[in-house]
Design a protein around this ligand. Structure first.
Ligand code: HEM
Length: 208
């Protein structure tokens, strides 16, 4: 029997995702290098790290505008809308599947198809990353490129330092997200299934 395939990742999503992954990797490497500049000075000069970091940040903002417009003008945004009733129950079901079900060879509780390409945990984290965490990092990053826009003090707390802490905390969340993202992406029918889908665009319709 030939399996039915659905186009989950049209070419604009694949191109955006590739650029996004490369830029975020560059931002993480240069960001860590700047954070620990006294230790890393031997392998990347501080001014070089700053230039690559700022340029990648500007390009990332442009790529996010492209992503938001892509979602606005196609139906892809629907996959990012979280239905609040029953959300925690669905999240728990998927979490239980990842923790035990996968290893017990159980059926996936939320099979992938054209109507649902993300399981509840993916939907929750992707929506949080794309519409909250990364935008906060970009806004605080731009603010630090133009420090004159940052208020000096608020309730005796230094404005620049606070902006920096929010920026670095957000970046840390992205780093952790990336590790979990890479691991969970191996949890398809085969470890390579989701990676292949992100390259070819097509995924098996598991809804039958
Ligand atoms: C080396 C880096 C990366 C690799 C190899 C990778 C891999 C993948 C794969 C295989 C998928 C499709 C299957 C799935 O949903 O799990 C995917 C989807 C996705 N990834 Fe990544 N990823 C990377 C970095 C990132 C980063 C840094 C972000 C965000 C900050 C991100 C956000 C997303 C989103 C939002 C989707 C769903 C896109 C859509 O269909 O609308 N990825 N990724």
């Amino acid at each position: 029997m030939t399996e039915k395939k659905v186009l989950l990742y049209p070419v604009w999503i694949r191109l955006w995702h590739l650029l996004n992954a490369l830029l975020i990797l560059l931002l993480i490497i240069t960001g860590i290098s700047m954070l620990y500049s006294t230790l890393s000075a031997t392998w990347m000069r501080f001014d070089v790290a700053v230039t690559i970091h700022n340029t990648s940040g500007v390009l990332l903002t442009i790529s996010y505008l492209f992503f938001f417009l892509g979602n606005l003008f196609t139906t892809n945004w629907r996959h990012y809308v979280i239905q609040l009733p029953g959300m925690w129950t669905r999240l728990w079901k998927q979490f239980r599947y990842y923790a035990f079900g996968v290893f017990l060879k159980e059926e996936c509780p939320f099979p992938i198809g054209s109507k649902r390409k993300f399981n509840p945990l993916q939907q929750f984290t992707y929506t949080g990353m794309m519409y909250f965490i990364v935008p906060v990092i970009m806004i605080t990053g731009w603010a630090m490129m133009f420090p004159e826009v940052i208020i000096d003090q608020y309730l005796k707390i230094a404005g620049f330092k606070t902006t920096d802490v929010i920026h670095v905390a957000g970046a840390f969340i992205v780093f952790i997200f990336l590790l979990i993202h890479l691991y969970f992406a191996t949890m398809g029918k085969k470890p390579s299934t989701h990676y292949k889908a992100m390259i070819t665009g097509y995924h098996e319709d598991e809804t039958g």
